[in-house]
Design a protein around this ligand. Structure first.
Ligand code: ADP
Length: 490
């Protein structure tokens, strides 16, 4: 079968799989259209069991040699991989924007450098992993971080390059080989990732990409018995299905899932900074799992703060994500648009008050106005379910206990944001909110060394720093009796 590619934003992108160091095609294809302007981005290979099995086999074959290199041996090629991502930064940013509608400037200045860092940071962190020893009266416990095997990495469409490299970095640095299943609504930058890895000298079979629909290619991949790990970022419902496959084969799984995160604003906070940050939740049309979508405001400042947020939200220009002035681009897909508008219409029907927005924007078919709902009750669907669009809710609280109760009143526990002027109070509230990450007087600051993940139905496990290696490695303890050797060396 001939290999197929497309010119996307002037960049040549293969629409095929990458398996065992070669492009592999499939006769089944799926259509991929740009949410920016509806343009056709090409028919992408739709893999299934055949392609998933081939990729796992290629990864298994490549594993022993890659694992044997050790962290030091892997470092040079992973550094080159990171440099390659930076060198192709303009291409990656342009393709990602056209493929998923995320902001071009954000992709260029934040996403690409971060993707490169995801590779280089973990490659360097891996160097120190084997130094860990725990002294005991009788023995020395030598803690070893052994490569686990083949890891399946499954990622969503809202930030494919950033979220995929966040898994690729530690998985490869740990000595694993990988099979990536990119999101079918934004599959293209993962294809570029394969080219860049290859150009950097990553051996054949170490990094594989199987394109396809989640229920076909993804399902075949997670049910392959040759996997040692599954790392998944996506919806809670999909995680429940993948988790069952992982359970059948006792395969370690890490999952980072949805959220309905609270954004708490205390009366003594820097209200201008808080208002600006609230409006920032509309960026990328709110298709950000970490977004603080439930605005909880101390009642005594409600009126004044609402005016500040209203003004800041009015500056969130809806438009083509390639334009520098745009803050809110399109929703990813007509199906997703229908889902977001469904939430909005049901909220209106249930009696919620639209403070602003609430309808399609006249920019284009998939563009939705930044929206704020007031008059919502804690149990309303719009206050409970993840919308994944530019839709926020507005509630008030009169004391910290009430703020914490509302904050914790959903099934989720991914993140939270708090603006507060008093340190003790801030730490008291922050400690009581159930979340994997709680930002105080800031938002979206993510240190690669810090633990990251979700509580409750927002996920299982933590990645970041050593936590990533706790997941991607088989950790072994070699307990050696002290003074038990007659000699050292050969
Ligand atoms: P989202 O709502 O963010 O699209 P999904 O959970 O549907 O989240 O998708 C996230 C990723 O999971 C995508 O790459 C998708 O193809 C994949 N996926 C969806 N269903 C399955 C499945 N049954 N098995 C494996 N992967 C799946």
């Amino acid at each position: 079968m001939a290999s197929t590619s497309a010119s996307v934003a002037g960049v040549e992108v293969s629409l095929d799989h990458w398996i065992g160091g070669k492009r592999v095609s499939s006769s089944d294809r799926f259509d991929n259209a740009s949410p920016v302007d509806g343009s056709d981005l090409g028919a992408v290979a739709a893999g299934g069991k055949r392609e998933a099995d081939m990729a796992v086999e290629a990864a298994r074959e490549a594993f022993p040699a890659w694992a044997a290199l050790g962290a030091e041996g892997r470092l040079p090629v992973l550094r080159k991989f990171a440099e390659g991502l930076l060198a192709r930064g303009k291409d990656i940013a342009a393709v990602e924007t056209l493929d998923n509608g995320s902001l071009l400037t954000g992709n260029m200045h934040r996403m690409v450098p971060r993707a490169a860092q995801n590779i280089s940071f973990f490659a360097e962190w891996a160097l120190g992993l084997q130094d860990h020893a725990i002294d005991h009266a009788e023995v020395v416990n030598n803690v070893r971080y052994d490569p686990a095997g083949v890891a399946a990495l499954i990622t969503p469409w809202n930030a494919p390059m950033m979220l995929t490299t966040w898994k690729v970095g530690p998985a490869l640095a740990a000595g694993n080989t990988i099979v990536i299943k990119p999101p079918e609504w934004a599959p293209l930058t993962c294809s570029l990732l394969a080219d860049i890895a290859h150009e950097a000298g990553l051996p054949a079979g170490v990094l594989n990409v199987v394109q396809g629909i989640g229920e076909d290619a993804g399902d075949a991949l997670v049910n392959n018995p040759g996997l040692a790990r599954i790392s998944f970022t996506g919806s809670t419902d999909t995680a429940k299905i993948i988790g069952q496959a992982a359970a059948r084969s006792i395969t370690g799984m890490s999952s980072e899932l949805g959220g309905k995160s609270p954004f708490i604003v205390c009366a003594d906070a820097d209200l201008d900074a808080a208002a600006q940050t609230v409006a920032g939740q509309y960026i990328n049309a709110g298709q950000v799992c970490l977004a603080g979508t439930r605005i909880l405001v101390e009642a005594s400042i409600e009126a004044a703060f609402l005016e500040k947020v209203r003004a800041a939200a009015a500056r969130m220009t809806v438009g083509d994500p390639r334009e520098a002035a745009t803050r809110v681009g399109p929703l990813i897909h007509p199906e997703h648009f229908a889902r977001v508008s469904g939430f909005v219409e049901r909220a209106k029907a249930a009696g919620a008050e639209v403070l602003w927005g609430g309808a399609r924007s006249d920019v284009g078919a998939l563009y939705f106005q930044p929206t704020m709902f007031a008059g919502v009750r804690a149990q309303d669907e719009i206050a409970q379910k993840e919308v994944f669009g530019p839709v926020l809710t507005w509630q008030t609280f009169t004391d910290d206990g009430e703020a914490i109760a509302i904050a914790n009143g959903t099934e989720y526990g991914l993140a939270g944001t708090l603006f507060c002027g008093n340190e003790e109070r801030a730490m008291r509230i922050a400690s009581a909110v159930v979340a994997g990450t709680l930002w105080v007087n800031c938002f979206f600051v993510r240190d690669l060394a810090a633990p990251f993940g979700g509580s409750r139905t927002s996920g299982v496990g933590r990645e970041g720093g050593t936590h990533s290696f706790d997941f991607y490695c088989d950790i072994k303890n070699i307990a050696v009796r002290k003074g038990s050797f007659a000699s050292k060396g050969n």
